[in-house]
Design a binder for this molecule. Structure first.
Ligand SMILES: *[C@@H]1O[C@H](CO)[C@@H](O)[C@H](O)[C@H]1NC(C)=O
Ligand SMILES: *[C@@H]1O[C@H](CO)[C@@H](O)[C@H](O)[C@H]1NC(C)=O
Length: 503
């Protein structure tokens, strides 16, 4: 450990004892911001890109999108990526997390035809980032599956393991010289539960309790195959790293003295985070045992001859174990567990019914998103839990952010970042949790899936009524810029909500 880190640590301890709270990030801690292809690129039907599942959903069922918008133009980043890069450079980020559009690179979903324009677009973006010394962190799959592959069953089709591996192979080969950090999947829970077990995300299959578990079987195998391919074939020459980004709604007991709620919160966290983390990040591998038991029990009660959740065989348990160089965590919020039983909103059968607990979102401050409540201490609890549950892994926060309706004086967003970042400092210094980097969601207001543009998470405001999609910096741009320049939580009065300043 460099000497300066130790000195920094000693100074911080003194700060903390004077009740100031930690403010300074350790040496080497990196910051970035994130986007995703379908949410910003637009250009949905030009230069050879094919239709993806979000194009299909927003075009054929526009009533499913809160404000009737779609990703046809979005932020027009396909044409305006140079502006994106200027904004990133202005903010002073170390890295930019963005995703590749599979349907732009491979219109059929398969490697039989590689779209030259898709390849050119991502090379241009990567080169523009390199000019500004911004490191790319690239997500291979951020929810926008080519419709051609969805027509074959999407992630419920076991053959997707091969299609994803081929796509990853092409990306490593083509772009690996320029990309040192990869993410295979963004938020497997959302992909499997929200899109196959429900209709909250495209393709809105809603095969609750069944499709969601078929999806996780395929997705975890596809992730492992991409990891091994990179590890064996590309890492020796490209020297990069590769991980998965798992999202969490962190569950806590509504009454911490209630033993049943405490136990059920742990069950819920195993179902939510452990579903994808346990197979990859534990010695034992495979799905969490409580998940295997609960689904088997429910399936038997439903009269099924075997569990809706098929456990991996030993070959796959071993093949999936250890396949992530870091634990990537997307975190936004905490919900509560109020007791045992079937959640009133649970379908039958379903993942939520399989948990056997009643949940509530009635906690913390509000945002523009119903599901997003502001509970900074929940973040610290999640991070400590990850340290103890997964053998102290090195962690990157790959998303964290706050929604409002688009105000430029976005004090709510600034205070969210400040309080959540402060909790990261607490667990780094007090609990030795190895958090190495932080990614804010998101560079600019963008197509927020089924919420359209009605819930805005951006540093930059995007005016979608104008054809050139002008971007206007919100106050949070200055907050983040100062944070990046000093590597310290800004204390300036100008970042505090005027109505709160006298408190
Ligand atoms: C592309 O989609 C737009 C709608 O977003 C439509 O107006 C246009 O005709 C389409 N172009 C082609 C080449 O299909
Ligand atoms: C990655 O490759 C290295 C070097 O061949 C090997 O030691 C390691 O076990 C591989 N990792 C996994 C998870 O298979």
């Amino acid at each position: 450990m460099p000497h300066s880190v130790l000195i920094g640590f000693a100074v911080l301890v003194i700060c903390h004892t004077s009740q100031a709270g930690y403010t300074k990030f350790p040496d080497g801690f990196t910051f970035g911001v994130a986007t995703a292809a379908h949410q910003i690129e637009g250009a949905w039907n030009v230069s050879g890109k094919s239709e993806n599942v979000w194009d299909r959903l927003s075009h054929t069922r526009p009533e499913m999108i809160a404000d009737g918008t779609n990703g046809d133009i979005a932020c027009d980043s396909y044409n305006r990526y140079r502006e994106d890069v200027e904004e990133l450079a202005y903010m002073g980020v170390d890295f930019y997390r963005f995703s590749f559009s599979w349907a732009r690179i491979l219109p059929s979903g398969r490697v039989d035809f590689v779209n030259p324009d898709g390849i050119r677009y991502y090379h241009d973006l990567l080169d523009a980032l390199a000019e500004k010394n911004i490191e790319p962190l690239v997500t291979l799959f951020h929810w926008d599956l080519p419709q051609t592959l969805q027509d074959l069953g999407g992630w419920a089709n076991p053959k997707m393991v091969d299609y994803f591996r081929d796509y990853a192979d092409l990306c490593f080969k083509e772009f690996g010289r320029k990309i040192k950090s990869w993410i295979t999947f963004n938020e497997p829970y959302e992909i499997c539960e929200d899109a196959y077990g429900d209709e909250k995300k495209a393709p809105a299959i809603d095969s609750h309790g069944v499709g969601n578990y078929l999806c996780s079987d395929t997705l975890l195998k596809a992730h492992a195959e991409a990891y091994h391919l990179y590890n064996e074939t590309y890492r020796p020459t490209q020297n990069g790293r590769i991980m998965i980004s798992i999202n969490s709604i962190w569950y806590e007991p509504s009454d911490t003295n209630n033993a049943e709620q405490v136990t059920l919160a742990e069950v819920a966290n195993q179902f939510k985070f452990g579903w994808f983390a346990h197979p990859i990040f534990t010695e034992e591998g495979g799905y969490p045992s409580v998940m295997v038991e609960n689904v088997a029990q429910q399936s038997a009660a439903e009269g099924l001859p075997k569990s809706r959740l098929e456990q991996f065989d030993q070959y796959w348990i071993d093949r999936i174990k250890g396949t992530s160089d870091f634990l990537g965590i997307n975190h936004y919020t905490t919900h509560l567990i109020t007791g045992a039983g079937v959640d009133p909103i649970a379908k039958s059968p379903s993942w939520l019914k399989d948990i056997g607990a009643v949940t509530t979102m009635n906690v913390g401050g509000e945002s523009a998103s119903e599901w997003l409540r502001v509970v900074p201490t929940g973040f610290a609890n999640l991070l400590r839990w990850c340290k103890s549950s997964y053998n102290d892994p090195p962690i990157y926060i790959t998303e964290n952010g706050f929604s409002d309706r688009g105000t430029l004086q976005d004090y709510g967003r600034i205070s969210y970042f400040n309080d959540y970042l402060s909790e990261i400092l607490n667990v780094i210094y007090d609990d030795n949790v190895k958090v190495l980097g932080y990614t804010a969601w998101t560079l600019m207001d963008n197509f927020e899936w089924r919420a359209g543009f009605s819930e805005r998470f951006g540093f930059y405001f995007v005016d979608i009524t104008q054809p050139d999609r002008p971007r206007t910096p919100k106050l949070s741009v200055e907050y983040f810029r100062q944070l990046l320049a000093t590597r310290e939580l800004p204390q300036d009065e100008r970042f505090k909500d005027p109505s709160m300043r006298r408190l």
